[in-house]
Ligand binder design. Sequence first.
Ligand code: ADP
Ligand code: NA
Length: 330
Amino acid sequence: MTLIFSGMQPTRQLHLGNYLGALKNWVKLQHDAQAIFCVVDMHAMTIAHDPETLRSNIREVAAAYIAAGIDPEKNILFNQSAVPGHAELNWILTCHTPLGWLNRMTQFKEKAGKQKDNAVLGLYAYPVLMAADILLYKATHVPVGEDQKQHLELARDIAGAFNRYYKADDFFPLPEPQILGEATRVMSLRDGTKKMSKSDESEYSRINLTDDADTIALKIRKAKTDPEPLPSAAEGLEGRPEAANLVTIYAALSDTTKAAVLSEFGGQQFSAFKGALADLAVARLAPIAGEMNRLLGDRAELDRLLKRGAERAGEIAGRTMNEVKDLVGL
Ligand code: ADP
Ligand code: NA
């Protein structure tokens, strides 16, 4: 059986990278299989956070899922902390995760920076909680952006180690990453070597799903490029990360390929292309922002949807935790 699981952290606003690398693919995949979409609020605590902001970001991410096209009745949509199994399974899995495996995680090194000894244990252990999120539902497929590939491999290793230790072949399926579409790694608009990220200090580095039309157009106009015109074939983008990024974004937003975009815009200047890209981004994102606003206007309804989702998720999680406790001797 195919079961899809994925999630996003309610840290700040969702951006175009989250949308093109993950959310847009979820919307397509939700029709093919049972799918569980989680607002991973406990992950958001691994960096400095403010309680009131976290509370409102949880609703905002849930609203973004629905506004982008996730059906909360057909799929399970909930927030992580509402199902205690995530924290419980996390502990059990930490007892099966060698430190050496975590030492290899590049995202921790990036996020902790030079302050490694001051980084909190939660940030270091984050990938184990992510494995627990997935394995709690025995998910088989996890649609994510490219940056999560290493964490997915770790989740597979942990699942395999658990299965072997308890001589329970296939107890946890080894989850497959689904890294789909043209834009699996959207880069910063200010620096083509860095991924677009919520934690980037520059507001101009990313387009938020809730940015208005003028802001989107301004950010695209200010996006870094080089002085050459657009090439007419994809090979011409090599060594031009900023140009490649804008073409990739255009391709993903219009559900086509980079080659098709270049056959239309090849030879043109970036100033002209940026205008077309801004129009396209506004056309795709404005309806999502509008629907998010509408949903956020009725908090009680959002809370009701999340609660119902948590009940449904909790049933599956409860079954897995009973089996896990049986296996481990608790
Ligand atoms: P962030 O990295 O912005 O804090 P999350 O860690 O909550 O966001 O990631 C949510 C999803 O968005 C994940 O599937 C992740 O791989 C995807 N994602 C995040 N940033 C990008 C990006 N720049 N390009 C493509 N996908 C991304
Ligand atoms: Na991420």
